[in-house]
Design a binder for this molecule. Structure first.
Ligand code: FES
Ligand code: MG
Length: 585
């Protein structure tokens, strides 16, 4: 394949590009190609255009997805990059998922989006694909789908939103959304002011401006080597973001020419690098689930205890909300991922390959020496001495649970308390604000049945502080569930308790008044009830895991795996696993 336009236009060029690949089977290959050419010529393409490498662009623009509101400009820039590098851009739509507009949860739909992405990449002729995503579930879904499709792929992030201002205070989604709603519930902010701040929290299109799941996945995508260098941090509306888009398009053409496949990039080393970065950025707890799912598609199992051991030697360096104080645009001004990766260098596999065809180490070198800034701390002066996420286990979570220790209250991380149990989200909604609820600030709030099968794992693990306690000034309590929480949330919150209550996990056996011990220091989550009593409760239980009669919901409930397997579908994982990450160290 040649990049010379003359050569590309020459009829002597053999049809080795995407347009002639994997032809629809009419039983006559020549006729199939003839038809395909007729239709594409009907769209006004010349032979010269068709002789170029075909680069698919997964377009996830949607009126329902403001986080992808810059999609038209991004696609234009990607196309420019592809054409400058001698390729032919072909954008195509896939499902788009926004956190606030996806019922019952965006998590329920992530695997559907990954299947859509994988199958459209497979079905349509292309030599490489540019994946454009940003909002929480879209980047993991695209990486999962591309990993399974196996063709050269490159991720383009839509970019973060700008921050807004409320009465002189800088605000951004969604840590400040939660903070203000908490103030409103505590009657510290009135109805007029909560309405006023509502118009300032999302100041532009783009993804949430703190280190929520979207920013986390952007950083992980770059750490995995799946974006161009510097691809994680530019805000959505900046010239930097558009230049990244142009460069991404151009790089996709080079990847197609070089045959730089996704299997050369998504290696065990790449996943270990991403885990280091997840720990060092104080990243979203959802990042573990998504990384596990992406790794799973490449045949790797994620070893949670080993991740925890990595966490003990990987401090949080990034000073972003909710663990710290800054926003994504500040991270970008501080040099973005290059600044962070430079600090983390001793802990990274520098020989991991990236989409640029250079190693991660080479990209860090190319980014230069760095400069004075206060968003990324040096190893000697971390935000938090350990990784942001700790992995817990014990009789309440035999297959593990996690806590974002960097965003938790140090006073509560060693705590024994009385369980106040809610059977499901509806029960919680009915009783949490009841003035007669028997609850004190020292109790532990337990919410059951919000796991992968129980409720498609909503971000409901951030249980509200009971109204009467909130009004008395209580800001944090220990909360435990089998659900998730938003990456923008904070508090002493134990999540992803596995196995979940809905399939009869020990969480289902907890009763009001039981004592529970949380020790983050010892990585322990224990239900302080005798084994004999627990056996009795288990025997008395009659668990029928949820099921459905038809449609995607039926497929979901039949196939969804637990949190420690990334909440992927069993049939989407490769038949034979190829390894475990991180390596046991
Ligand atoms: Fe899309 Fe937060 S809602 S990134
Ligand atoms: Mg979120």
């Amino acid at each position: 394949i040649s990049s010379s336009p003359d050569h590309a236009a020459s009829p002597a060029v053999k049809p080795i590009q995407g347009m002639s690949k994997g032809l629809t089977n009419y039983g006559d290959k020549g006729f199939s190609l003839f038809l395909r050419k007729a239709f594409i010529k009907g769209a006004g393409y010349t032979d010269g255009a068709l002789a170029r490498p075909v680069i698919g662009i997964a377009n996830t623009g949607s009126a329902y997805n403001p986080c992808h509101g810059n999609m038209p400009q991004l696609i234009e820039a990607v196309k420019r990059g592809i054409m400058l590098a001698g390729g032919l851009p072909m954008d195509f739509p896939t499902i788009s998922l926004h956190e606030s507009f996806s019922q019952p949860t965006s998590m329920y739909l992530r695997n559907l989006m990954s299947m859509d992405t994988e199958e459209m990449i497979r079905a349509q002729p292309m030599d490489a694909v540019v994946l454009i995503g940003g909002c929480d579930k879209t980047v993991p879904a695209q990486l999962m789908g591309a990993a399974s499709s196996g063709i050269p792929a490159i991720q383009l992030i839509t970019g973060s939103m700008l921050t807004g201002s409320h009465r002189g205070e800088r605000v951004g989604a969604c840590t400040d959304c939660r903070r203000y709603w908490g103030k409103f519930r505590a009657q510290e902010v009135d109805a007029a002011e909560i309405e006023e701040v509502n118009a300032q929290l999302v100041a532009s299109v783009g993804t949430c401006s703190v280190m929520g799941t979207a920013s986390t996945m952007a950083c992980l995508a770059e750490a995995l080597g799946m974006t161009v260098a510097g691809g994680a941090s530019p805000p959505a509306v900046t010239a930097d973001r558009m230049r990244v888009a142009e460069e991404t398009g151009a790089q996709a053409v080079r990847m197609a020419r070089q045959g730089l496949g996704i299997d050369q990039i998504l290696t065990a080393k790449a996943f270990e690098n991403a885990m280091r970065v997840l720990l060092a950025i104080g990243g979203s707890t959802n990042g573990i689930i998504h990384l596990t799912a992406i790794a799973g598609r490449m045949g790797f199992a994620v070893d949670l205890p080993a991740l925890d051991r990595m966490g003990r030697e990987t401090p949080v360096l990034l000073n972003l909300k909710p663990s710290g104080e800054h926003y994504m645009e500040d991270f970008h001004h501080a040099g973005g991922m290059a600044t962070l990766l430079r600090e983390l260098k001793p802990l990274l596999h520098l020989d991991a390959m990236t989409v640029s065809g250079r190693t991660l180490g080479e990209e860090i070198e190319a980014a230069g020496p760095g400069f004075a800034q206060d968003v990324v701390r040096p190893m000697s002066r971390p935000i938090y001495p350990q990784g942001g996420i700790a992995v817990l286990s014990g009789n309440l979570a035999p297959e593990g649970a996690i806590i974002k220790q960097s965003a938790a209250d140090p006073q509560l991380m060693e705590h024994v308390g009385r369980a106040v149990v809610f059977e499901n989200s509806a029960d919680l909604a009915n009783r949490i604000d009841d003035p007669d609820l028997d609850v004190t600030a020292d109790d532990i709030l337990v919410l059951k049945n919000i796991g992968p099968k129980g409720a498609a794992m909503p971000e409901a693990g951030y249980l509200p502080i009971p109204l009467k306690l909130a009004r008395a000034g209580v800001k944090d309590m220990v909360r435990i569930s089998d659900g998730r929480m938003s990456g923008t949330a904070f508090g002493t919150i134990v999540l992803h308790v596995t196995p979940e209550a809905a399939i009869g996990g020990p969480l289902a056996w907890v009763q009001n008044g039981d004592q529970i011990r949380l020790s983050v220091k010892n990585r322990e989550l224990t239900l302080l009830v005798s084994d004999a009593e627990l056996q009795q409760r288990r025997a008395a239980q009659n668990v029928t895991p949820p099921s459905a009669e038809r449609g995607y919901r039926k497929l979901y409930l039949q196939s969804v795996l637990q949190a420690d397997k990334g909440v992927d579908f069993d049939f989407l994982m490769p038949a034979s696993p190829s390894g475990v990450v991180p390596k046991n160290k």
